[in-house]
Ligand binder design. Structure first.
Ligand code: HEC
Ligand code: HEC
Length: 465
């Protein structure tokens, strides 16, 4: 009897030890019910809506060594307005003078200035901020040199990789750097050795990017030589019943719609839940949502109005404006094209026609955004250039390949940034180019073969963006 009992206890202890070992080394991908609900929402329906013909048909025809033409421009299209001036691109009216607005008279959705006010608004605990968060307002991370721009603020992501499979940290791969209580600030587990920073990207001009037809991005991909071909990341539009669309926003092309991205950012950067993301984040796996002492506001903390205001503000921003285009700058762009930088950093793209229905039926492209030519210097596709951070968009089989892929960084507005690449750890443009390996290796080798004069021209061009 006694021995039996002992054996049982020993077996039980061994089982506990084993399971601890297991959760220590390999985490279940099931996660708490909230995680599962969130992942479920990130399952797209697999059907790409016809958003019109590619603009234009396979125009990224690549010839010669690196590709000569890399534009997707349509006859009859007009230039998208550009500027760092806090002025509307025409999508919505400018509205009352910005400095006359305050918390009491602001009206979500009324105008550019109203929606800019909401994008800049500092949220508090009473508004639903936290319990874990990274900053109090969208503008804290999107401001340089006008509201909506990029910034030097980075966020922290961690997890662990086991047998080639990525496992998120206990509270998800995003480590929130702030909390509303000192004892719930998330900490990084020493075993979570897959780590990176991700720097805040630009949102100015993103209404035009949202208005690019799926077919245009797919045609850009299909025009790229096989060894450099990008990946179109299909993601669900959250406000469009999970309809599939080619993702184009964020370092992993993790969203195709600005409203979906706004919901994601409101929750994950600021801790504010909304109808699109009603589950509160945990603190390293510990539930801290409504019902605990940490969170006084029931979900959803935003009824959805703020999400629409954020999306409308971003849709109404002008594209980043170019600097002076001197003869040296023009010579530099020729070098850029000759050596094949433009295979990924595509100079010109035209948006879908006005009236095109996108985002699962939730958005119709208006005149202000349709048939506009932009100069983003990106293909909005994912590439593996050897800089991958090992952290996929989500730890599900559908997104596993995104672990070591990064979106071609749009180079518009480059002269406003001094911390480069997804991790913000590159200090100069020359070093950014030197970090390009993998799918960009052949182009980087051609960069090394340039003369001193050509390199100076290339740099002058990059400094004009
Ligand atoms: C703590 C800093 C921070 C805050 C606050 C923040 N963001 Fe961001 N934002 C980022 C970072 C970092 C990225 C890139 C994230 C990535 O791809 O992993 C990003 C990317 C984006 C993008 C994608 C732009 C593109 O084309 O790549 C959009 C859109 C965006 N944020 C909107 C918002 C909105 C709306 C808010 C407010 C609700 C907000 N952000 C608040 C840091 C922040
Ligand atoms: C195969 C596709 C590809 C080619 C070819 C390519 N790039 Fe890139 N580029 C990328 C990707 C992807 C990133 C983002 C990488 C990261 O952040 O880890 C990037 C990032 C950059 C950045 C950093 C921008 C920022 O905002 O941080 C610069 C500058 C840049 N590229 C310039 C060039 C130049 C110049 C060339 C030609 C010599 C070139 N690239 C060729 C894909 C490419």
């Amino acid at each position: 009897m006694k021995t039996l009992k002992l054996t049982f206890v020993a077996m039980f202890a061994a089982a506990v030890a084993l399971s601890t070992l297991f959760t220590g080394g390999v985490r279940s991908q099931g996660g708490p019910p909230d995680d599962q609900a969130r992942r479920q929402r990130f399952t797209h329906n697999g059907v790409l809506r016809d958003e019109g013909p590619p603009n234009p048909n396979a125009s990224n025809s690549v010839s010669g060594r690196g590709g000569t033409a890399s534009t997707a421009v349509v006859v009859g299209a007009t230039e998208a307005p550009a500027g760092f001036d806090n002025l509307t691109n025409g999508f919505i009216a400018q509205g009352p003078p910005f400095d006359t607005l305050n918390e009491d008279n602001v009206v979500a959705g009324r105008s550019f200035n109203d929606d800019r006010f909401i994008f800049e608004e500092v949220e508090t605990v009473a508004d639903g901020l936290g319990p874990t968060y990274n900053a109090q307002s969208c503008r804290e991370c999107h401001q340089n040199v006008a509201t909506g721009g990029a910034s030097q603020v980075t966020v922290q992501r961690t997890g662990r990789t086991f047998n080639g499979q990525f496992f998120e940290s206990l509270g998800g791969s995003l480590i929130h750097s702030r909390a509303t209580y000192p004892d719930i600030v998330e900490q990084v587990a020493v075993e979570d050795t897959t780590r990176t920073f991700r720097i805040s990207t630009n949102t100015l001009g993103d209404g035009f990017v949202e208005a690019i037809a799926n077919s245009t991005l797919l045609a850009l991909r299909d025009g790229q030589p096989l060894n450099m071909r990008g990946t179109a990341n299909l993601v669900p539009v959250l406000e469009g019943n999970g309809e599939a669309r080619v993702g184009r926003f964020g370092w992993k092309c993790q969203h195709a719609s600005l409203q979906s991205f706004a919901a994601d950012a409101y929750l994950n950067e600021m801790g504010i839940t909304s109808p699109l993301f009603p589950e509160e984040n945990t603190a390293s796996g510990k539930f801290v949502g409504y019902g605990t002492d940490y969170d006084p506001v029931p979900e959803p903390e935003d009824d959805g109005d703020d999400l629409e205001a954020f999306a409308a503000f971003m849709r109404a921003t002008k594209a980043p404006a170019r600097g002076p285009q001197t003869a040296e700058v023009q010579a530099g762009e020729r070098v850029f094209n000759q050596i094949g930088c433009n295979v990924c950093h595509v100079a010109s793209i035209t948006t879908a026609a006005p009236g095109t229905v996108v985002n699962g039926g939730a958005f119709i492209i208006p005149d202000a955004l349709g048939n506009k030519t932009i100069h983003p210097y990106s293909d909005f596709l994912l590439h593996n250039i050897g800089t991958g951070d090992g952290i996929p968009f989500l730890p599900t089989p559908a997104y596993a390949q995104t672990a070591n892929q990064i979106r071609t960084a749009p180079l518009w507005g480059l002269r406003t940034r001094s911390r480069l690449m997804h991790d913000g750890l590159t200090f100069t443009k020359q070093e950014a180019i030197q970090r390009h390996g993998g799918q960009a290796k052949s182009v980087t080798l051609r960069y090394y073969a340039l003369s001193g004069v050509q390199r100076a021209q290339l740099l002058a061009f990059l400094n004009s963006l």
